[in-house]
Design a protein around this ligand. Structure first.
Ligand code: NAP
Length: 414
């Protein structure tokens, strides 16, 4: 008669605020809108999350993969989670629930899918190419950042243009900071936000290959655009981009990371890369291209096909060095949208124009595709890829699934 009533146990999905870099990937990936955020934290609604795991593989830090067994009626609320600086410790369950934790896990908690399901909304792969090298992630966190020294900072767009894009080189001295092309790092800007809390880290893709901006040095480079307006064109001051663009040689910077375990390049000989980017989304493409350029003599390289969008030639970062690369090394296609006297072109227009070359590479299982830059290009690029595939009588839906499953189609858009 005195036996405790059984209580419903929930395996609650939580995000670790200490590791999360607020990149928005989880919120974008969640197929049922269970993830939201405020200026402090990304949080999971316990009333909506069904534990489908779709958000877990794309998270570049692993901060998304945290779970606590709780009594369902006492689940951490959104309000609780928004106020956290760190995850709460695991609490013992009351006896009535503790009697059958395994059962609770299996029947009451939203069961994580055995094989990770790729939600239809995710345009890219959640696994790296099979031959990608093993990445290190989270070596340095918000609590344990590493100090890097600025050894170079210069503008890579025409001085007469509004696009103030900088190439910034950071050196790590004796401290280990192993990276791969396609990975990113977090920069902790000094100072505090309007609520007096230290600024969160801002994420930037590497623009240099794994062996350093200068081969053999423990350094790396970033491509940073000074943000002076928001996506709607309203005046806005980018906290971290302005901080970075104004750094002088020998200044020091707090860095966390590295991050990213899927947007990685293939590591096997004769792998082809189709690279599609806009503006500063060119950073990982520069890193991958430079990796290939440094081994040009080895005969290991596959083909490189680049689609690069910018407003004008003078606003296209690294235009000069890019155009000096040998044409038999990289096939360069520039889509300029605001060049005087020329029709407006986007990368997806050029993909259609180069349909034969794109199709030939798509037919080769050694080809991986990388898309980086403006969020808006995602749909346009997918439509263009669908069109060029269907022109050849192929089914894009099938090919798209294969590319995702084999880790051969990757997106990093903001
Ligand atoms: P941007 O100068 O605003 O745009 C670059 C080009 O893309 C312009 O020609 C623009 O044309 C065109 N464009 C606009 N909408 C498009 C669409 N729907 N489809 C295809 N092309 C389109 O680029 P940005 O300011 O450098 O921004 C690049 C983006 O990359 C940012 O969102 C940034 O967050 C992201 N990113 C940066 C890094 C990094 O490490 N720095 C890494 C990853 C991603 P019009 O404006 O003339 O229409």
């Amino acid at each position: 008669m005195n036996a405790a009533l059984p209580v419903e146990v929930l395996k609650q999905h939580l995000i670790d605020p200490e590791i999360c870099i607020r990149c928005n990937t989880c919120e974008e990936t969640c197929p049922i809108d269970a993830i939201t955020h405020d200026s402090n934290n990304y949080v999971v609604d316990p009333d909506i999350c069904n534990g489908c795991m779709a958000c877990v593989p794309p998270c570049p830090t692993g901060s998304i993969d945290n779970w606590r067994l709780v009594v369902r009626t006492e689940a951490y609320s959104l309000q609780d989670q928004l106020g956290w600086d760190e995850l709460p410790r695991e609490q013992p369950l009351p006896e009535a629930a503790g009697a059958a934790p395994a059962e609770a896990d299996a029947t009451l908690a939203p069961a994580p899918a055995a094989a990770v399901a790729i939600p239809s909304a995710a345009p890219g792969a959640s696994v790296p190419p099979w031959s990608a090298a093993h990445p290190y992630v989270n070596l340095y966190t918000h609590k344990t950042p590493v100090t890097a020294t600025v050894v170079g900072n210069y503008r890579v767009t025409g001085a007469d243009t509004d696009s103030d894009i900088h190439h910034i080189v950071l050196d790590f001295g004796e401290l280990p900071f192993p990276v791969l092309e396609g990975q990113s790092i977090g920069i902790l800007p000094p100072g505090a936000d309007a609520q007096g809390r230290p600024h969160h880290a801002r994420q930037y893709s590497l623009a240099s290959p794994r062996d350093g901006e200068r081969a053999g040095y423990n350094n790396l480079s970033l491509t940073v655009k000074r943000v002076t307006e928001d996506h709607q064109g309203q005046s806005a001051h980018g906290v971290c981009s302005n901080y970075l663009c104004d750094l002088a040689k020998n200044d020091t910077v707090q860095v966390i990371g590295p991050f990213g375990h899927t947007f990685l390049m293939p590591n096997h000989p004769r792998a082809n890369l189709i690279m599609i980017c806009t503006g500063t989304g060119s950073a990982p493409m520069r890193a991958m291209t430079e990796r290939y350029r440094r081994r040009i003599e080895t005969g290991e390289n596959g083909r490189l096909l680049l689609f690069f969008g910018a407003r004008t030639e003078r606003e296209l970062p690294y235009f000069g060095p890019l155009m000096k690369l040998p044409r038999d090394f990289i096939d360069i296609n520039l889509a300029l949208s605001r060049e005087a006297g020329q029709p407006k072109r986007y990368v997806q227009d050029l993909i259609r124009e180069r349909a034969a070359a794109v199709r030939e590479l798509l037919a080769d299982r050694n080809t991986c595709i990388y898309v980086c830059g403006l969020k808006g290009m995602e749909v346009g690029v997918l439509d263009a890829l669908r069109e060029v595939t269907m022109q050849a009588g192929q089914d894009w839906t099938i090919l798209h699934d294969v590319l995702r499953r084999e880790g051969r189609l990757h997106f990093e858009t903001y």
